[in-house]
Design a protein around this ligand. Structure first.
Ligand code: CAA
Length: 390
């Protein structure tokens, strides 16, 4: 039985910052951000969007009534959780109107957890072929104003329906994964911005990639030539390229050219959104699927997932025939077109506009937030969500 990604939805908040203007405001050469880091724009979440609303907005795009009935497992990957106890999965289970006979769980391991979700979903469907699983990666990446990490922030969510006979990508069984306890990036419970050892995180991302890639080749006997394209976790678009270029010499020149060209296609959306942590690899996959003009059914795609702290995994999928008919290209074009640029000053204000840390009652003005699902305030320490479609 083939199991894999049947649908992918994506949502990013409606504000973005131009990276050239951000660089200028910080007294930095804009080429550092657009070439050295590889980012053009950075999505910015207003206070009315959090990991729950971003996820619900991404999932609403793709779920139909059959999905809502058949989904009996919701796996919500995030490192921007809104509660130490209750899972974000339970909130979206309600907001999306899913079948009540479902398990709903939040998963955490930095940017890796949506990948764990996909692998767990695969096991669940192998035992329960009629069920479908909703896997989410949803985050708001915050390092702080004028910090070295600032140019690698972002916000957004990817929602995937995992099922048997998937219409997009069948996930193959072979995969290699690796865990090592390191402190390259983390966020203590008391902080709403990440701590990071930037250079070390870059080194470890590549080290983990080389480790799982070598083990994958050893286990499967496959080589670079077996891949039509490779997708990477994209904290910033230069990062995946730094990892990819370490292995390009293993293949022919033509193979290298192909993988490089597909890598460029796979980062088009990420260049405009920035880091969305758990969803970044899947935003890159989505960009590849929606923007390429040569990949066909039967092609093998490799995926490298990395979550600081750290866990890395290399796994693969086979593109399904006719996958192009099951994408939401127009909606994503509309989403990008409808976004509103904010000045650096406005960005700084929006960045600082956070919920009261003590949970006091707050009512938020969502008049400028076009999203279907938004946060309207906090009452009795409870977040109040609204779905405009209901
Ligand atoms: N023109 C063109 N390029 C320029 C330039 C210019 N004028 N000025 C600098 N550059 C280049 C540099 O040469 C460098 O390129 P290389 O990396 O290829 O050498 C690049 O721009 C970045 O410059 P610096 O290394 O000097 O940048 P920095 O020290 O200010 O910060 C960063 C870069 C470490 C990535 C920082 O933004 C950061 O800490 N980000 C958060 C951590 C992160 O994203 N880590 C990635 C791996 S961990 C992970 O993947 C998990 C996750 O999601 C967080």
């Amino acid at each position: 039985m083939e199991i894999g990604i049947d649908k992918i939805g994506f949502y990013a908040p409606h504000y973005y910052v131009d990276m050239v203007k951000l660089a200028e405001a910080r007294g930095i050469d804009p080429d550092k951000f657009t070439i050295g880091i590889g980012q053009d724009e950075m999505a910015l979440a207003p206070v009315t969007q959090d990991a729950v609303t971003l996820a619900a907005n991404a999932a609403l795009q793709v779920l139909d009534e059959v999905d809502k009935e058949k989904i009996d497992l919701v796996l919500f990957g995030t490192e921007s959780g809104i509660d130490h106890s209750k899972s974000a999965a339970v909130y979206i289970h309600h907001l999306l109107g899913l079948n009540p006979y479902a398990r709903s769980i939040e998963l955490k391991q930095a940017c890796y957890s949506a990948t764990a979700g996909i692998q767990m979903a695969k096991g669940h469907i192998a035992l329960n072929p009629k069920s479908k699983v909703l896997v989410i990666g949803s985050d708001i990446a915050r390092y702080g104003l004028a910090t070295p990490g600032e140019s690698t922030q972002g916000a957004g969510a990817v929602a995937m329906v995992i099922s048997k006979d998937p219409k997009l990508l069948a996930i193959e069984n072979e995969s290699t994964y690796f865990t090592n306890d390191i402190m390259d990036f983390w966020r203590p419970l008391y902080s709403d911005t990440a701590c990071v050892d930037g250079k070390f995180s870059n080194e470890q991302y590549i080290h983990f990639f080389n480790t799982v890639w070598e083990k994958y080749k050893e286990q499967t006997g496959r080589s670079l030539e077996d891949f039509a394209a490779l997708c990477y976790h994209v904290p910033y678009t230069k990062m995946g390229w730094k990892a990819l270029r370490t292995i390009l010499e293993e293949g022919t020149e033509a193979c290298g050219e192909r993988l490089r060209a597909h890598y460029e296609t796979s980062i088009q959306y990420n260049r405009k959104v920035g880091n969305i942590y758990t969803g970044s690899l899947y935003l890159s996959l989505l960009s590849l699927l929606e923007k390429n003009d040569s990949l066909k059914g039967g092609d093998r795609i490799g995926l490298y997932s990395y979550g600081s702290g750290a866990v890395g995994e290399f796994f693969t999928g086979i593109l399904q025939h006719g996958y192009q008919q099951h994408l939401y290209v127009n909606q994503h074009e509309e989403l990008f077109k409808a976004r509103q640029e904010v000045s650096v000053e406005e960005y700084e204000e929006i960045f600082a506009d956070t919920l009261p840390a003590d949970g006091s009652t707050t009512s938020l003005d969502a008049a400028n937030d076009p999203a279907a699902v938004y946060l309207s305030g906090v009452e009795d320490h409870k977040r109040i969500y609204v779905n405009r479609n209901n």
